[in-house]
Write a protein that binds this ligand. Structure first.
Ligand SMILES: [Mg+2]
Length: 258
């Protein structure tokens, strides 16, 4: 693993997210920054672009996905810069007409079930490759997540990794802990019998270690992250689920990230 490359890519993804949010006055910045290290790891270290699949179940963080696809060279500069403008395919939630986006998402809770179907299909047809699905901790309060987990835990296939971006914040409320304690959520996830691992979602060595051994069963990474990671005034501040930076805030954010 080239950790300095991954750090540089995560930093580039965060810069693109902040600049795009400011330019287009779009929301969901804090939850895009929290997942940037996980995205850098998946796209620049882990995933095989021809055989593996990725689904962003927490689709509101679309800018984090588009920034990653742009950094990886899967979408071009013109496409990326059209984000959130009239006529663009780069909507505020992932759209499967965009190169590199297999599934349109954003209606929360649907990603794990779609990922499970893809993984099972690959397994039945003897295709190689792993399906990765990133979801939010608040999203785990959706019932469909648990319907999917019941199916996933039946032992029909191994080739699936669910990654929970556990930033402890969610829309329309405050901390996820205040609604449903993360320790309780973790206990319920472990109760599925799947291979559940806790990691620091900003520590590349930990992420790498947690994904290096072969999948004996579907795996869940409970990745503890910081909402707004990388910009001091956004970190652990709920309002950055919705706000975009004004010019002064943008200047400070760029200064800190650069
Ligand atoms: Mg969250």
């Amino acid at each position: 693993m080239n950790e300095s490359l991954l750090k540089e890519k995560a930093r580039a993804i965060r810069l693109l997210c902040v600049e795009s949010s400011a330019r287009t006055n779009s929301s969901h910045l804090g939850c895009s920054l929290s997942m940037a290290d996980l995205m850098a790891y998946l796209y620049f270290e882990k995933m095989d672009q021809t055989t593996d699949s990725f689904i962003l179940s927490k689709g509101h963080a679309a800018i984090g996905l588009y920034a990653t696809l742009y950094e990886r060279g899967i979408i071009n500069q013109n496409e990326f810069e059209s984000y959130h403008s009239d006529g663009s395919q780069l909507l505020a939630h992932p759209n499967h007409y965009v190169n590199g986006v297999d599934v349109s998402t954003g209606s929360l809770g649907h990603g794990p079930a779609i990922a499970a179907g893809l993984a099972w299909g690959k397994s039945i047809s003897k295709q190689t490759g792993t399906v990765y699905c990133l979801l939010g901790d608040g999203e785990c309060q959706e019932g469909t997540v648990w319907e999917a987990l019941i199916f996933i835990s039946r032992g029909l296939f191994n080739n699936l990794v669910l990654i929970i971006d556990a930033n402890n914040y969610q829309g329309f409320s405050d901390s996820s802990d205040s609604l449903f304690a993360q320790q309780k959520l973790l206990g319920m996830l472990k109760g599925t019998g799947l291979d559940v691992r806790e990691v620091d979602g900003h520590n590349f060595s930990e992420i790498h270690r947690s994904l290096s051994d072969p999948l004996a069963k579907p795996r869940i990474l409970f990745a503890r992250t910081t909402k707004g990671k990388g910009v001091s005034y956004m970190e652990n501040r709920f309002e950055w689920h919705y706000k975009s930076p004004n010019p002064e805030q943008l200047a400070q954010a760029l200064e800190e990230l650069k």
